[in-house]
Design a protein around this ligand. Structure first.
Ligand SMILES: Cc1ncc(COP(=O)(O)O)c(C=O)c1O
Length: 437
């Protein structure tokens, strides 16, 4: 009998195939990337760096890591890259480990304004507990409030300013971040995890001529394996000739042991794919699809945070229908065959557990070949789903909420409208296979 693990993998593949994924941080890497990830490379230990390993038998691994480094350096025109971080969060930790002493000041975009946990979210995270974290936010137009950021930077004199985004739909103005970082003598770290694919294709301003250090996960718009890379720019090296060494030492032996060699090789494959005209076309389409989706949602009378998007993602503001409707909408969408994630919105009237927004994006559907007509259809389905759940607000009383959501989930799976949408989604996704490309 087949091992249950493989049965479950089969089920997950079916789920991915028959549903529409709108989580902006997810993508579908190429069959070549998947092949490399399942290869013999993960059998090998290779602590250290090419030519300087603590284990024997790394003749081939050295060549693979050197190849990944060379391809990334060429793609982004940077003098130094480390491709060993296990993922985005450890990569950010490594950057802080290299640039900060415990208790130094770190400034990042607040989680509730679209930043990432690792950008200094207080109390519960490494970045918020071991450093003095000062968080900046957004202005009334839901854009980074540079005036307030400058005032905070002058007051707190941070050693590091992070320009990065997880749930922020607009372009990051790296030049303005640079100005402020220079005024207070801070390092500028750009975390472009979400937008790397757009940066490669010129669909988003590049941080490589402004930031000192750039971090990116490799599995989002870059469409590679789950992993991350830290890139050191010319400016960074100009400020500190030892910066590359400091970053490498922070990754290994500072925070990690042996690199995941299959991931390293898959990054090399993804880098080659990202350098093609086809990838540029893909990245352009991500943005066009995001524009089309945003317009179609607005035509359905739905409100978007900041009234739109300049990237691959947008936030639907559900407050016109009530506070804390995010979880209900996300559950109902999943029943209808569309998965997204509920999220806080700027000035959230609910809470991080029961927020009032829905975060959606187009990298994955674009990989599947969907275009503007499908975005219009998806927007219509989202609007229909919201209509189904909008009259079922979360109880005010905290103690009743868990039971309410349990009952809601039970009842919503039986909803006829959602079942019908689910059937239509299944029909549509047949024309857009996961590994079409
Ligand atoms: C901007 C940003 N930085 C860092 C991370 C952390 O990456 P990982 O989940 O791979 O640790 C994420 C993940 O969502 C992110 O969006």
């Amino acid at each position: 009998m087949q091992d249950k693990v493989f049965q479950l993998i089969d089920q997950e593949c079916q789920r991915q195939q028959h549903k529409i994924g709108l989580i902006p941080s997810e993508n579908n890497s190429s069959p070549k990337v998947s092949q490399v990830l399942g290869s013999c490379l993960s059998n090998k230990y290779s602590e250290g760096y090419p030519g300087r390993r603590y284990y024997e038998g790394n003749q081939i691994i050295d060549q693979l890591e050197a190849l990944a480094i060379a391809r990334i350096k060429k793609l982004f025109q940077v003098p130094h890259v480390n491709v060993q971080p296990y993922s985005g969060s450890p990569a950010n930790s490594a950057i802080y480990f290299a640039l900060l002493e415990p208790g130094d000041t770190l400034m990042g975009l607040a989680l509730a304004s679209g930043g990432h946990l690792t950008h200094g979210h207080p109390k519960v995270t490494f970045s918020g507990r071991y450093f003095h974290s000062v968080q900046y936010g957004l202005n009334r137009q839901a854009r980074v409030d540079f005036q307030a950021l400058r005032a905070l930077a002058k007051k707190y004199q941070p050693q590091v300013i992070v320009a990065g985004n997880t749930a922020y739909p607009f372009q990051l103005d790296f030049a303005r971040f640079r100005e402020i970082a220079d005024e207070v003598g801070a390092w500028l770290v750009a975390d472009i995890s979400h937008i790397t694919g757009l940066v490669v294709a010129g669909e988003h301003p590049s941080p490589f001529t402004t930031a000192d250090v750039v971090m990116s996960t490799t599995h989002k718009t870059f469409r590679g394996p789950r992993g991350a890379m830290i890139l050191v720019t010319k400016q960074g090296l100009k400020r500190d000739a030892d910066l590359a060494k400091k970053i490498d030492k922070a990754v290994f032996p500072g925070l990690q042991g042996g690199p995941h060699n299959a991931t390293t090789a898959a990054i090399a494959v993804a880098a080659q794919e990202a350098g093609t005209k086809r990838f540029k076309k893909y990245a352009r389409q991500i943005r066009q699809n995001a524009q089309a989706l945003a317009t179609a949602l607005q035509n359905q009378d739905l409100k978007l945070v900041g009234n739109g998007t300049e990237t691959h993602l947008m936030l639907i503001d559900l407050t016109p229908f009530g506070t804390s409707l995010g979880p209900q909408v996300a559950y109902a969408l999943d029943v209808a065959g569309i998965y997204a994630n509920y999220n806080t919105i700027p000035n959230e009237p609910g809470s991080p557990f029961y927020p009032s927004g829905l975060r959606i994006g187009t990298p994955l559907v674009t990989t599947r070949g969907m275009k503007e007509p499908e975005m219009k259809q998806i927007a219509a389905w989202i609007a229909q789903v919201i209509t189904v759940v909008k009259d079922q607000p979360l109880p005010q009383n905290n103690s009743q909420r868990q039971q309410f959501l349990k009952d809601f989930k039970n009842q919503i799976t039986k909803n006829q409208v959602l079942k019908e949408i689910n059937q239509q989604v299944k029909e549509l996704t047949k024309d857009f296979p996961l590994f079409k490309w």
